[in-house]
Design a binder for this molecule. Structure first.
Ligand code: NZQ
Ligand code: ZN
Length: 399
């Protein structure tokens, strides 16, 4: 196991009905909130109205910013940060999916520093090849996740798109970690089937990416990761077929938080190679993050993991998908088939060509993946260094 450090300071309030504590909890963070939501769902489901009533009842003044788009953009963050400064907001409340929570983190940082958020991003020519700045200071944030997917509610990551350069990448730092998160599974009952499916593919990727390329002994993390994958697979289809099933929604919500937590990831000495490939797809074509990951996963398993770490794929197959083959290579291939069948059940098996992408774009995208994420090197790190040609080969297999 590699050395690691855990910072998990978010106070998590979990349970059906716990949203009712919003007003009292918000009061502990500041005097006036910027309330951040997406454009449609919170209004349509009545959640925004309920949140406004809870804040009014607790006498928490707030200003609403309701224009965060899925795959949130830097221009949106900058506009909201200007509003927060103009209105003298001293904390933020994010009510929405990963996009809203990520935007709110970035707004909190930009409102605090007064700088455009692109100043912090990896692909900014001023930052390429340098260590990414760790954001230590930002306005305090309370999140209310409405999708079980990203784990953004308890981490210090915000993923943004700078559409002008088609860069989608993350900014990070302890200053971005939410102070409080209210996880009320009932708020996810209205998540449509296709978003639930994309969310489950995202959660799965958060778990398997580091798990499959871990080195050395990580027994506790592996056991936790395998339990999370098993329950994710089991309850993904339950939630799709029976959207207000409390057991399914609550299990998925807690799985999403733990999947990307240091308890599952710490000590592995491994990161998120596939996420780097996916962010470029979303940065160029605004593809939903989980859908992009599901498209990439099978070719990535075949071209990289099956060659380098059949032992880990075999282990995942045996412990999570009921594979009984003794031989590692055979079990690894069976695991890939099992994941494919699950993705088919979820309805998230597509090709890049379905998104109006031209084959000519694949090479510039592969180059951008390395330029933005390679930290000045010619590769990103997986079970082996992945260079432009390796990334291109995966994109081509998905086309
Ligand atoms: O935009 P609104 O109107 O809110 O509608 C959203 C959106 O259309 C809708 N929705 C959200 N909650 C709902 C709901 N519809 C009905 N009922 C509800 N309760 O669902 C759609 C997708 O929402 P979005 O927030 O985009 O989805 P998700 O939670 O999957 O977040 C995806 C974003 O998070 C980033 C992704 O790259 C992507 O930009 N990620 C953030 C991470 C992090 N901070 O650690 C890690 C992840 O790997 C990921 O990269
Ligand atoms: Zn993800």
């Amino acid at each position: 196991m590699y050395s690691f450090e855990v910072l998990f300071p978010t106070r998590i309030i979990f349970g059906v009905g716990e949203l009712n504590r919003l007003g009292q909890e918000a009061k502990t963070l500041g005097k006036k909130a910027l309330l951040v939501t997406g454009g449609t769902s919170a209004k349509k489901t009545g959640l925004l109205h309920r949140v406004e009533q809870l804040l009014q009842a607790a006498e928490v003044p707030f200003v609403l910013f309701d224009r965060v788009e899925p795959n949130p953009r830097t221009t949106t963050v900058d506009a909201a940060a200007r509003l927060a400064r103009l209105a003298d907001c001293d904390f933020l409340i994010a009510v929405g999916g990963g996009s809203v929570m990520d935007a709110a983190k970035a707004i909190a940082a930009a409102a605090y520093s007064g700088k455009p958020i692109y100043d912090y991003m990896r692909g900014n020519p001023a930052n390429v090849g340098k260590e990414l700045v760790s954001i230590k200071e930002a306005l305090p944030l309370l999140t209310v996740p409405t999708v079980a997917a990203t784990g953004s509610e308890a981490n210090g990551t915000s993923v943004l798109t700078h559409w002008e350069t088609h860069e989608k990448s993350s900014i990070n730092g302890p200053g971005l970690i939410p102070k409080i998160s209210i996880l009320d599974p009932a708020l996810t009952y209205t998540v449509p089937a296709h978003v639930t499916a994309e969310a489950c593919a995202d959660i799965f990727s958060h778990i398997f990416e580091a798990y499959l390329i871990s080195k050395g002994y990580t027994h506790i993390q592996d056991g936790l990761a395998e339990t999370l994958i098993r329950e994710l697979v089991r309850f993904s289809t339950v939630a799709i077929n029976d959207p207000s099933n409390e057991e399914a929604r609550a299990t998925l919500l807690w799985t999403s938080t733990l999947a990307i937590s240091p308890f599952t990831l710490g000590g592995r000495g491994a990161g998120f190679p596939l996420h780097k490939l996916e962010h470029t797809l979303s940065g160029y074509h605004d593809i939903a993050h989980g859908r992009g990951l599901a498209i990439l996963a099978i070719p990535y398993f075949r071209q990289v993991i099956l060659q380098d770490r059949p032992d880990r794929l075999a282990r995942m197959g045996r412990n999570c998908f009921g594979i009984t083959e003794q031989d590692d290579r055979t079990a690894a291939e069976a695991a890939i088939e099992a994941v494919s069948r699950w993705f088919e059940q979820l309805g998230i098996t597509q090709k890049l060509s379905d998104f109006g992408m031209s084959r000519d774009e694949l090479l510039p995208m592969a180059k951008d993946t390395i330029r933005i994420n390679g930290q000045g090197t010619d590769h990103i790190v997986s079970s082996r260094p992945l260079r432009v040609q390796d990334v291109l080969a995966i994109y081509e297999a998905c086309y």
